[in-house]
Design a protein around this ligand. Sequence first.
Ligand code: F6R
Ligand code: MG
Ligand code: MG
Length: 366
Amino acid sequence: MGEILVRTTLSVIKADVGSLVGHHVVHPEQIACAEKSLSEAKETGLIYDYRVTNCGDDLQLIMTHRKGEENPEIHRLAWETFKKATEVSKQLGLYAAGQDLLSEAFSGNLKGMGPGYAEIEFEERPSEPVIVFMADKTEPGAFNLPLYKIFADPFSTAGLVIDPNMHEGFKFQILDVIEDNVYELKTPEESYDLLALIGTTGRYIIKRILRKADNLVAAVVSVTRLSLIAGRYVGKDDPVAIVRAQHGLPAVGEVLEPFSFPHLVAGWMRGSHYGPLMPVPQKYARCTRFDGPPRIIAFGFQIKDSKLIGPSDLFDDPAFDMTRMKAQEIADYMRRHGPFMPERLGPEEMEYTTLPKVLEKLKVKK
Ligand code: F6R
Ligand code: MG
Ligand code: MG
């Protein structure tokens, strides 16, 4: 008899269900409440392991299990946990209690219900390093640039040239969030086509990346667009992503390298401004200046027998100090434009904010 291969699923599910002092930071009692809920689920055997954290005002549930992606029981667990944390928000009078829970009742799957999620089901390699990225005050398209660099730019990922297991390249699945189409493009041969799409970060979003040689799933991004789901602005779709690393995939350092450039992303203040994405240790995932600037944290784990070993707080490193300084310089420069583009988003993106209401009033004044 051959060895029975275990398929583990890593699910990262997040929601903003209220926070301390405006849209600033998750309250420790919300974390404790979520921890309790997931520890009970671990005891029943539904999940194998979990970590609870936050990136700014987003409560993050990191879970391992063996139920596969989009599993109703796992999604229900996350939903119920967010409901409980919303109760804490209400008791403490936290701001925007339950803001991302768009529906009253759970109906089998979190798709379109408000919380964002990234999930990967895989056969554990003998050693399985993964990185969970969590960002606040931005949108899923913020991952387009760094993911392109990680999986398609040899000036960033040396392994694309040097490692024979990666040399064939990767396949990128792109979601058009407006038309709901999915494209699949291969690198290196279709990289110009790929860039033609993913440069439009508010519309074409990298959803999944597979290794071309064997279809191994290397990365996934949460692709919910809260604003579009609700048909009006209800909060942002602060994204999460999972990237697997090493042994025929980009090394951990190659995965982190693109974040040394604090690129401009949409989502700062009122979901309506561009700001630099600043990589920070978890303790600094607290958005203050102009409700930002946008932040990203990275938790590294080893996964063993569906258990989470770690995290290592990967941006907690002076090697990113210069990036953080640069981000602040850029933040300052962008802020000097005040309400003018390109600090403020362009009109197509502002459609999903509260600006149209203001413009509506002007029509009456004409
Ligand atoms: C929310 C966010 C904030 C809010 C802003 C206004 O995550 O980024 O910038 O958009 O604080 O919030 P309200 O309209 O709730 O007062
Ligand atoms: Mg918020
Ligand atoms: Mg947020």
